[in-house]
Each structure stands twice: as structure tokens, then as C-alpha cells.
Design a binder for this molecule. Sequence first.
Ligand SMILES: C[S@@+](CC[C@H](N)C(=O)[O-])C[C@H]1O[C@@H](n2cnc3c(N)ncnc32)[C@H](O)[C@@H]1O
Length: 418
Amino acid sequence: MSVTAPRAPSCLLHDAGTCRSCPHLSLPLPDQLAVKQSHVTSLLAERIPAGLWEEPAASAPERFRNKAKMAVAGTTARPTLGILDGAGHGVDLPTCPLHVPAIEAALPVLADLVTDLGLLPYDVPGRRGELKHVLVTASPDDDLMVRFVLRSRRHLGRLRAALPDLQRSLPQLAVAGVNIQGVHQAVIEGPEEIVLTEEDRLLMRLSLPSPGTGPSAGRRADDVELPLYLPTRSFFQTNTAVAEALYATARAWGEESDPALVWDLFCGVGGFALALAAPGRRVLGVEVSAPAIDGARDAAALMGLEPALVRFEAGDARLLDPAAPADGATGAIGATGAVGAEAPDLLVVNPPRRGIGERLATRIEASGVERVLYSSCNPRTLAADLTHLSSMRVVRARLFDMFPHTDHAEVLVELVRA
Ligand SMILES: C[S@@+](CC[C@H](N)C(=O)[O-])C[C@H]1O[C@@H](n2cnc3c(N)ncnc32)[C@H](O)[C@@H]1O
């Protein structure tokens, strides 16, 4: 039987050179993945011999993005939801082939709302207008979180009043909110968030193969659910299916040593920690975002996990010392007390692009922690961090294609004390 390679998605804006978000779109996905694997392998060759790499986790070629960050421009009568060109003018992107169908279906409804409510799109060159971005996240059940990034509170009342109509047009709308970003051309989101709906977070019901069956392609009847609560302004892996493969792989690798105590640093809404939770096992997740921690705690409760065993604490993971006593130098996360008094048997780290950094790496190195799973979204900082973990050796590694059509590579590495 011949196996056909997944078809490359067609995108007129890519072909015209208007949108450059997917530089490798024209290359078949298996070829892209081979190039990515070879690039990552050579970048990490000093610490990870070629034979230790497992089969990469491939993505679907299209319809994999669970979130859309649409810049709003144009006019109230004819808004564009998409990207900005070099001059700061809007380019409409109603049919990006990467978005999951629920997002694609929502975008025209949201564009109509801009017109119906008379919302003035923000004009970057002229520094005028109010609506800067529309941010949409879709859950695996197609429920939606929609957030409007406004320059000020001026249009807030209109959006609030329009909510019942919007919920009728978009029955899957679970969470709607407004984010205020008053600064010109700064980071997309500002610090102030106003949730308009009763629900203030999206339930992301992921699906993992049942323990012991190993990672699988596609969903199966005996999969187990991993329910995660995503509040506004919190991180979530962009490609739901690849995130499931990542958590399933971490769980499968972690389970092999049956750790009694697991730490998940930079835990976000708790994906690794909750995937690794098991009867009698103690788990601690640490994350700087308090709303993400609230979500992780509630997801643990939803899973019926005992709060005394599975704990989440807000704090700076870089200050944690896996070797310190409970009330020692880890004061920044005082509440880690009962769990933090001993080094974990398994330490999971999944830092932002900057990596864990020399200080935390050096503490892990000195701590006596026997086993580390490092999930990295930046192989360069991973390579730098590995140089500070010199008494640990990599035993296996796997590439996850979280962002097909780009150079972005997500890598999971298992280290054990040499
Ligand atoms: C790549 S995300 C990983 C999140 C989570 N592990 C997951 O799978 O969704 C990195 C996370 O680190 C958090 N973070 C950034 N700096 C931090 C710090 N100094 N201490 C703790 N968490 C931090 C971010 O808020 C973000 O949630």
C-alpha cells in the first residue's frame, strides 16, 4: 500500500508573498520535518548523540492552530482581521489554513461585530482608533474564548451590551473579555483584563492514550482525558494535538522510573504535572502566573486528585532550589514547604524561550536530582543550559513539530545523573 505524504495547504497570501508567517509552506511536511530534525540534531550534537533521538512527533499540515492573534485595521465599515504590512496597514486573513475550523468560522462573525458596533480599528501609522487585536482560542470541543484588545475603556460598554447577541451568533462562545493595551505598538496584551462572560476560562479537554499504551496517532476509545483550565492571559501550547503528544511522551518516559515526587517548573496551567499525577504520587507545579495556578488547582480538583498530594504554587521557578530545606533559600515560594523539603525524583522544566538559565541549571546540577525532563521551545537555549548540567547525561530526545511550516522546534530531552 502506498502512503501519500500530507498535502501542503494552499494559501494565496503565502503565494503572493503578503504573509510570511509560514516560510516553508511550499515544502511537503515530511521534508520539512527531516530538515528540522537534522538542524536540531546538529545543534545539540555535543550533548545528544544522533542515536538517542526518537521518531519526531509530526503535526497535521493544516487546521492545527488553536489560537489566532488577529491585528485589526481598516475601517469600521470594512475592518481587516489579520496581519499588518510593513507600513502598518491591515491585511485581511479570514481563511488562514492553520486555524482550526472553529476559529475560521468565528472570524467573519467578529468582523461583522466590529462594523455593527461601530468599533474604530486602531490605525498604527496614525496612532488613532480603539480596537487593536482580536484574540481567539478554540478548545478541542470547539468552545471559544474571544478577547478584544482595546486602547482604552471607551468601547467597553458597547461590547458588554452586545454580548447576548454575540452569544447567539457564536453559540460556542464560552469566554469573552476585553484587554486594555493603551501603549502604542507594545506587546499585544496590556495588564488590565475585563471578563464579560460568567465563565472566565476555557476548559481544554485534552486526550492522552491510557497509561502504558504509549503515544498513539489520533484519538482512541480508551484514551484518558486531561482537562486543563485556560484563563485569559495564560500560556497554552498552540497546537493541541502536538501538545497531547508532548504530554503523553513526558508521562510515558516519566512513568518508567515510577517517581514518588515530581516537580513541574514553569508549569503554566499544569499540563505536565497533571499528566504525571498518579495514585499516591506527590506532584508540585510552580508557575509565575497566579491565574494559571488557579486553573491548574481547579483542574486537579476536577480530576479528583488530592490537594495534599498534587499542589500548585505561584512563584518564580528560577529561585527554586531542589536541594534546599522547606524554609530555606526558596522563600519566594514559601508555600512549597511540605513538598519542597526534599529533592524530587523527577524534575520537569518547560521554560520560556530564554531557557532555565545558568543559575537554576547550576542549582539543579548541585541538587542531586536524578532525573530531569527538559521540554524546550528553543534548542539554542537548551544547548546552553545543558552545558551547565554537566553531571547529567541525555538518555533520549524527541522533536515535536508544534509549529509546522516554520523553523520553530520543540524538543523534549530526558537527562539522568551520570
Ligand atoms: C513555555 S510555557 C510552559 C507552560 C506549561 N508547561 C505548558 O505546557 O503549557 C512557560 C511558562 O513559564 C512561565 N514562567 C515564565 N517565567 C517564569 C518564572 N520565572 N517562574 C515561573 N514560571 C515562569 C510562563 O508564565 C509560562 O506559563
